[in-house]
Design a protein around this ligand. Structure first.
Ligand code: SRM
Ligand code: SF4
Length: 580
């Protein structure tokens, strides 16, 4: 492996941990067996991520438990790897049962079209992960410094191209899976393969895996539902009208940044060329290898592919890729994106089957007195002959419903008050939020829990101004890590501290331009006050068909951000003046 020598002298502690972990075994078995505490050791907590689980604690209870001199209320978030976001009705029932038995009676659809469980205590962690595997799914590589869940456009049945895109998502996901025997040993009681680090368990990743997480997504124009430019490796499917013929390849997308650290920024992926279907494995593998060999292993804040590319230049990256391939990517083929949102409601495909897309706010599936969503979907799964599809906007399609089954599904949708689009405002349909409090250890502010009320206020204003039917994308996150892809939303609230958010405006409607910081540290009410006159201005002076994000840039509310490095331009200039 041609490791980047310059960085080897100053490796981050995570690199040493990975190396000594014997391919992710660490002392996880011992941590699981320790019944004195609900926690794993700090090293095992990090290694567990590669196995698809994060240790968390209930932040609502932190202070009280500290007062009572109790350890924090530890539990685990468990994330499933489900490329392309499809599960069968039978798998749904099994996953639902796990939620009731071992987690907090809820399933959470993520922004990478899979499920997460929350609140799994250590004693149930193995049963949860084993149960997921019993349902023919897995959690390996759902998290960690490897290629993660491969996402793709959500409607596989609407044409043959959709089916093909899903097939590629699965194949790419399988191709880049970690090979360690640690996972089956720890969770599935499989016989130990080897604890001897001289045996190559990871031909692609090696002992230290990747410097950081790596994400692949496939978009099928004109839909950019997966936000292809937020992926480390984005593939834009190109077809000849009937079938896929290849992909435009984009590299170096990512959202994460840290407040007041201008060297960190979101970046949209750069389109570097086109390759045919038979070339895609080779291209993807070399891109992963370049990141493995050149990614920053001393500073995790600078370790994503976006920084590897920006620190050396996109031309260097292309040259390195061409050299490794021994041939050049073709020029990118034309493509056109229209939006990064989901369509909702009923649609019939070319085979005659029906699909129903429901809008689930923040992807949270649980029963409430007003809406027994979890029960309703369970009842549907019991009779459904097709499958379920999760979207990267945290929504759900009950897919592939044979015509004769449609009226039975409709009856259950009605009975359990499932969220049909006609009952949901346009701004709510397109809104998204990350999990944040009380489980996320990095949250600085509420997100999922504040979204419904915030949308109530927003809906009232939009209706008063007459914009209630206009598509305006709003995304909220509890911190700047960007799990809800806020920086490609026309309006974004990014948590700064409890009850306060930075307000970003001006992304392009289909996720093709970053937004820009407009005002800092606002309360929810201040945000509504700030937005109201801008909405009024938009309602009066927009051009025909002009999206809100484009309007605020044209009117100079925010500057246009042309590339990631410009995102913090003012902060960087200020910092330079201060240090001069
Ligand atoms: Fe994320 C960390 C939740 C999609 C960027 N993300 C976290 C953790 C695990 C917090 C932690 O490290 O302790 C959050 C767990 C919260 C909880 O209680 O469940 C978390 N991320 C999520 C999910 C569940 C948000 C959601 O509401 O759906 C999404 C799970 C996706 C999945 O199924 O794999 C999720 N995270 C994303 C995305 C969006 C995407 O991939 O399309 C991003 C931005 C894209 C990107 O990667 O740049 C994202 N998450 C991050 C980052 C910042 C990474 C960076 O490069 O700076 C962190 C923090 C970190 O890695 O250090 C993070
Ligand atoms: Fe947690 Fe921040 Fe991600 Fe929200 S954006 S889930 S607060 S890490």
């Amino acid at each position: 492996m041609t490791q980047n020598l310059q960085q080897q002298s100053n490796l981050s502690p995570d690199e040493a941990l990975k190396r000594k972990s014997r391919y992710l075994r660490g002392t996880i078995l011992e941590s699981l067996a320790d019944s004195i505490t609900g926690s794993a050791t700090s090293d095992d907590i990090k290694l567990l991520k590669f196995h698809g689980t994060y240790q968390q604690d209930d932040r609502d209870l932190r202070v009280e438990r500290m007062r009572q001199k109790l350890e924090p209320a530890y539990s685990f978030m468990v994330r499933i790897r489900m490329p392309g976001g499809i599960c069968t009705a039978d798998q749904w029932l099994q996953l639902d049962e796990i939620a009731q038995k071992y987690a907090n009676n809820s399933l959470r659809i993520t922004t990478r079209q899979t499920f997460q469980y929350h609140g799994v205590i250590k004693r149930y962690l193995k049963s949860t992960i084993a149960g997921i595997n019993k349902a023919a799914l897995s959690t390996i590589a759902a998290c960690g410094d490897v290629n993660r869940n491969v996402v793709c456009h959500n409607n596989p049945y609407l044409s043959t191209c959709h089916e093909e895109v899903y097939d590629w998502a699965k194949r790419l996901s399988n191709r880049f899976l970690p090979q360690t025997g640690a996972y089956p040993e720890i969770w599935l009681d499989k016989e130990k393969i080897s604890a001897d680090s001289s045996i190559k368990e990871e031909p692609l990743y090696g002992e230290t895996y990747l410097p950081r997480k790596f994400k692949i997504g496939i978009a099928l124009p004109p839909s950019n539902d997966i936000d292809v430019f937020a992926q480390d490796l984005g593939l834009i499917a190109i077809n000849d009208g009937n079938h896929l013929i290849g992909f435009n390849v984009s590299v170096g997308g990512g959202m994460g940044m840290t407040h007041n650290v201008p060297e960190t920024y979101p970046r949209l992926a750069s389109v570097i060329g086109f390759c045919t279907l038979d070339q895609i494995f080779e291209v993807a593998e070399h891109i992963i290898r370049i990141q493995r060999d050149f990614g920053n292993r001393s500073d995790r804040q600078q370790a994503r592919l976006k920084y590897t590319i920006d620190s050396r230049g996109i031309d260097w990256f292309k040259e390195e890729l061409n050299q490794r391939l021994g041939w050049k990517l073709e020029s990118p083929r034309p493509y056109h994106f229209e939006s990064n949102n989901d369509p909702f409601g009923w649609v019939q495909d070319f085979k005659g089957n029906w699909h129903l897309s429901l809008c689930l706010l923040s992807g949270r599936i649980k029963d409430t007195p007003e809406q027994p969503l979890m029960t309703g979907l369970r009842e549907i799964a019991k009779i459904h002959q097709g499958d379920f599809r999760l979207t990267t906007n945290q929504n759900l399609t009950i897919a592939n419903i044979p015509p004769a089954e449609k009226k039975n599904i409709e009856a259950l949708v009605e009975k359990y008050h499932l969220p049909m689009p006609e009952k949901i405002s346009r701004v709510r349909q397109d809104a998204m939020s990350c999990v944040a409090l009380p489980t996320c250890g990095l949250a600085m502010a509420e997100s999922e829990r504040m979204l419904p009320d915030f949308l109530n206020k927003l809906e009232a204003i939009l209706a008063r101004i007459g914009l209630q039917n206009d598509p305006i994308t709003v995304r909220v996150t509890g911190c700047p890590n960007g799990c809800g892809r806020p920086y490609i939303s026309e309006i974004a609230l990014v948590g700064k501290s409890l009850g306060r958010y930075n307000l970003y405006l001006g992304a392009e409607f289909a996720g093709q331009r970053l937004n820009k910081l407009y005002k800092e540290s606002l309360t929810e009410d201040e945000i509504i006050e700030t937005l109201t006159p801008i909405f009024k201005h938009y309602a009066q002076d927009r051009n025909k068909g002009e999206y809100f994000g484009n309007f605020v840039v044209r009117m100079g509310y925010v500057e246009e951000v042309k590339e990631g490095k410009d995102f913090n331009k003012k902060d960087i200039e200020l910092k330079a003046v201060k240090t001069a």
